[in-house]
Design a protein around this ligand. Structure first.
Ligand code: SF4
Length: 393
């Protein structure tokens, strides 16, 4: 990927001709403890971290606010936003209110973990604009949770889901498959995965995201398992989720996402439509006026840059040409609606649309279907998405 230093593509250069952005992501860089498989930018908070974070996001919000229109979606993720104290949450809400305007029907999502979710959080969020919670459950099996280094039990997960649902939120669960099948205490991968899905369904959340455990570079799991033959390829449990969840009313609308009707994540659909979004916080990504940017990851650097009047963006990439059209095709194919050729051609041009259509002709018919207007992946195509992406990119 080709990056340009931030002074090459300052976002304000494009402001005059830009469409205002209606999605905002706010990154909270704190966790209670670091999970050994996780490569996200987060750390345990200590000392004045919370105060430094709040001062810094206030400065970045002032920088980014001119790019924002009335927000249709706001996603507060991390990290673990539920580790922020009640006072810090009050301050975050005040800042968001000060710098941005939310539409009356805005989807406002907060990520939370069962171990740090408190009644006081739910009350505060409910009394503000939060209407959707994304809970990092991962598994309802205690042995698997221990293997993953999670600090909550399955009992705590059930309680957190029940509390969130009874407080009136639209609730999404993150669940993880593809764990080793013969790690001590963890047997029969599919049986246990089916058990976790059944436990999830019994609670009746509105949305379920399923992810395969991947070994990320420079994590403790990388050192332990990178060459391990124990890791599952995830194909069978993923296929099971595709079979099981729709039977219970959860339609698959994206590679990893299943929802009851009307509970699809609007914020994520915006990402997959390749539309703009503002990212705020250490390590946050954003895409404003066809320029994708990434913030510096460490809180200490992020805070120092902003305090000295700078912009914490470390890299930008101008989105243009055939490569961008191909990336957009991959994003669209992740979703149930796939590529709508009329819209695609209008946005990326006839030549690129034709070139991508030609490449897709070589994909076997059982992986892809087309009605002349839209091209989308079949269920099998979603399972083997990587092979399809490889033929487009
Ligand atoms: S709680 Fe989530 S963000 Fe935090 S370390 Fe674990 S997986 Fe990473």
């Amino acid at each position: 990927m080709r990056y340009h230093r931030r002074h090459s593509w300052p976002l304000w250069m494009y402001r005059e001709k830009m469409d205002k952005v209606t999605s905002l992501y706010l990154h909270v860089p704190f966790c209670e403890s670091k999970c050994p498989y996780c490569a996200f930018s987060s750390a345990e908070k200590s000392g004045r971290d919370e105060e430094v974070y709040l001062d810094s996001i206030a400065l970045e919000m002032a920088l980014r606010a001119p790019d924002a229109g009335t927000l249709d979606t706001l996603y507060i993720g991390g990290g673990t936003p539920s580790v922020l104290s009640r006072d810090a949450w009050r301050a975050v809400i005040e800042l968001l209110e000060k710098f941005f305007t939310l539409s009356s029907s805005a989807e406002v999502t907060v990520e939370a973990n069962p171990s740090s979710l408190k009644h006081e959080h739910l009350e505060l969020w409910r009394n503000w604009r939060v209407n959707r919670l994304s809970l990092g459950v991962q598994s309802f099996d205690d042995a698997r949770l221990a293997f993953l280094g999670r600090i909550h039990s399955s009992h705590q997960a059930v309680k957190a889901v029940e509390l969130s649902l009874s407080s009136g939120f639209s609730v999404s669960l993150d669940l993880m498959f593809g764990l080793p099948s013969n790690t001590p205490g963890i047997h029969e991968e599919l049986r246990e995965w089916a058990g976790t899905l059944r436990s999830a369904i019994e609670l009746r959340p509105h949305h379920i995201s399923v992810y395969q455990l991947t070994i990320e570079p420079d994590t403790p799991f990388d050192r332990l398992y990178s060459d391990s033959p124990l890791m599952s390829d995830g194909y069978v449990p993923y296929r099971y989720a595709q079979w099981f969840l729709p039977r219970l009313g959860y339609e698959q609308y994206e590679v990893a996402s299943f929802a009851l009707p009307g509970h699809e994540s609007r914020h994520n659909l915006n990402y997959w439509s390749d539309d703009g979004y503002i990212g705020i916080g250490p390590s946050a990504w954003g895409c404003v006026n066809e320029v994708r940017y990434k913030n510096t990851p460490r809180l200490v650097d992020y805070a120092a840059i902003l305090a000295s009047g700078g912009d914490p963006i470390t890299s930008t990439e101008r989105l243009e040409g055939e490569r961008v059209a191909r990336q957009a095709a991959v994003l669209a194919l992740r979703t149930r609606s796939g590529i709508n050729w009329e819209k695609f051609q209008a946005r990326y041009g006839k030549i690129f649309a034709k070139a991508i259509k030609n490449d897709l002709k070589f994909i076997p018919n059982d992986l892809i279907s087309s009605d002349g207007f839209n091209t989308r992946l079949t269920k099998k195509g979603l399972r083997l998405g990587n092979a399809v992406w490889a033929s487009i990119i």
